[in-house]
Ligand binder design. Structure first.
Ligand code: AHR
Length: 529
């Protein structure tokens, strides 16, 4: 580890020590100390990735309405959704699943004649396959994101996956690339990420680590990306199935994959290990997504902070086999998973999205940022109409969720460099739950501008923060804050701006900034020199 990385680690350790030893009494003012001359790892823009599975109305109705729909669309893809997603700068989209991916056969979703199949995982509905490879790539093109394709390891074959990648990426005039051209795309597509299976320990085939490893090696070897522009630069990154929790079976899984990787031969390799972790408290999901109070608010936030322990646990195993951190931890499914909304199809995973989810999203993004050296990709589940969505649609209507606003506010952190923030978080207590009252991250963007993201978890008290800056002469500091009247406030089609942002500015007091954070709020400000 180089000197700057070591320093960042030390500062982060101090930061967490301060949180742990914080007194139980609520504070009136919290001081943040930021030295801009110290930067850590890059906050990879891909931690702001999305996940779009063929599940409920995530793809059909959420993205795809078909070219003949009255809903304004471009080649079948909703214009309103595309515009909203462009505004949050989606870096990558994981598709087609999830559990769905291990039953997906790509040839059924290309060409003029689509094959109708079933979607047994998610409600047993008919899968029309009208949104297939070309439609997905067109969608990515429209929103400006990169492809994260999950190939079918569970019920497919290495040959099927290899042919899909040849179809997608080769520039040579093979039968498959000729077919791709006949279907409307002569140029090879770029595929940024390849997911080799999904939850292969469960819905992806209930495999043991050894069985999965034998499959992983075969898929890694034969599922190639032929795109000439990706041979030396921007190479496709291969993500292996990783753990789904912190218990022994998951640490054993991480050990097995990482050990095999350390002893790998030339013929196979991976670049990432996935981690799936939902904020659910217990299975089956029973927490309400709306119509709850402070008890459920604090329980869910306590549970979501477990993400940090989970990453620490698996990172420690990865560090043993990969001290240079070549393998990314890809948190490619995360978010809140609540009880289905009454009256909805339980297989469609429909839930509301409240201010609590906005705070939950900010806390998780902060955790990923603090682990930026290892966590280099993450995908919130899921993008539209499913679980912790950015967007909800109903026929021609669309509403942006509180989580959407956090992703928009956090967009400037994409590819910025971590600047350590030292603070005593204080505590917020409700019943028998005590949480850090405040959380904060800072990042320096490529233009050298400093960005701060600060969350006041306390739903009852505002927090006055005093920010001491070293290495920067602040002229002004302005930004946006997101809050709402209640912890379970939501945006609806009839009332789309209940949870929305408003402008804030900090007072400059010499080398310090003073800012008041409203209760239960997420704030992002930038500092002008
Ligand atoms: O996101 C919903 C499901 O959760 C995914 O299909 C699966 O991978 C996970 O169990």
């Amino acid at each position: 580890m180089g000197q700057p990385a070591l320093l960042v680690q030390c500062l982060l350790a101090i930061h967490f020590a301060l949180i742990v030893t914080a007194p139980v009494v609520a504070q009136e003012k919290i001081e943040l100390r930021i030295d801009v001359s110290t930067t850590g790892a890059k906050i990879d823009r891909n931690i702001f990735g999305q996940f779009a599975e063929h599940l409920g109305h995530g793809v059909y109705q959420g993205i795809w309405v078909g070219p003949n729909s009255k809903i304004p669309n471009t080649r079948g893809i909703r214009n309103d959704v595309v515009a909203a997603l462009k505004a949050i700068k989606v870096p990558n989209v994981r598709w087609p699943g999830g559990c769905f991916a291990d039953e997906y056969h790509w040839r059924k979703g290309i060409g003029p004649q689509r094959v109708e199949t079933l979607n047994p995982n998610w409600g047993g509905v008919i899968e029309p396959n009208s949104f297939g490879t070309h439609e997905f790539m067109d969608f990515l093109d429209q929103i400006g994101a990169e492809a994260f394709i999950s190939v079918n390891v569970g019920s497919g074959t290495p040959q099927e996956a290899a042919e899909w990648l040849e179809y997608l990426t080769t520039a040579q005039p093979t039968t498959l690339s000729t077919e791709r051209a006949a279907n409307g795309h002569s140029a090879p597509y770029k595929i940024a990420y390849l997911g080799i299976g999904n939850e292969s320990w469960d819905c992806g085939g209930n495999m043991t680590p050894d069985y999965y490893l034998s499959q992983l090696k075969i898929y890694s070897r034969f599922v190639r990306n032929f795109n000439p522009t990706q041979q030396t630069k921007e190479q496709m990154l291969k993500i292996a199935v990783g753990p789904g929790g912190g218990e022994a079976r998951w640490t054993e899984w991480t050990e097995a994959v990482m050990k095999a990787w350390q002893n790998r031969q030339w013929s196979w390799d991976i670049n990432g290990l996935s981690l799936h972790n939902y904020t659910v408290v217990r299975w089956p999901p029973a927490f309400k997504s709306v119509g709850f109070g402070e008890t459920e608010y604090s329980q869910i936030l306590k549970s979501t902070l477990e993400m940090d322990n989970l990453i620490n646990k698996h990172s420690a195993i990865m560090d043993k086999y990969d001290p240079e951190k070549k393998i990314a931890l890809a948190v490619d499914e995360w978010g809140a998973w609540y009880a289905p909304l009454p009256g909805s199809n339980p297989g469609f995973l429909v839930q509301q999205n409240s201010l609590r989810d906005a705070i939950l999203a900010a806390l998780n993004l902060n955790i990923f940022a603090r682990h930026a050296d290892r966590v280099r990709i993450a995908n919130i589940a899921q993008m539209i109409n499913v679980l912790q969505a950015m967007i909800m649609t109903d026929k021609g209507q669309m509403v942006l969720t509180p989580t959407y606003h956090v992703f928009k506010m956090y967009a400037p952190f994409q590819d910025s460099y971590v600047v350590p923030v030292l603070f005593n978080a204080g505590t917020y207590t409700h019943g028998d739950i005590t949480l850090p009252r405040l959380d904060a991250i800072a990042g320096k963007d490529t233009a050298g501008k400093l960005w701060l993201g600060i969350t006041n978890v306390d739903p009852n008290q505002a927090v006055e923060v005093e920010i001491s800056l070293t290495g920067i002469n602040a002229k002004s500091a302005t930004g946006e804050t997101l809050t709402a009247p209640k912890v379970d406030s939501v945006n609806t089609f009839n009332s789309p701006n209940t949870v929305t942002t408003k402008s804030v500015s900090a007072k400059i007091q010499g080398r310090k900034l003073a800012l008041r954070l409203e209760p239960k709020s997420v704030t992002v400000i930038s500092v002008e020199r």
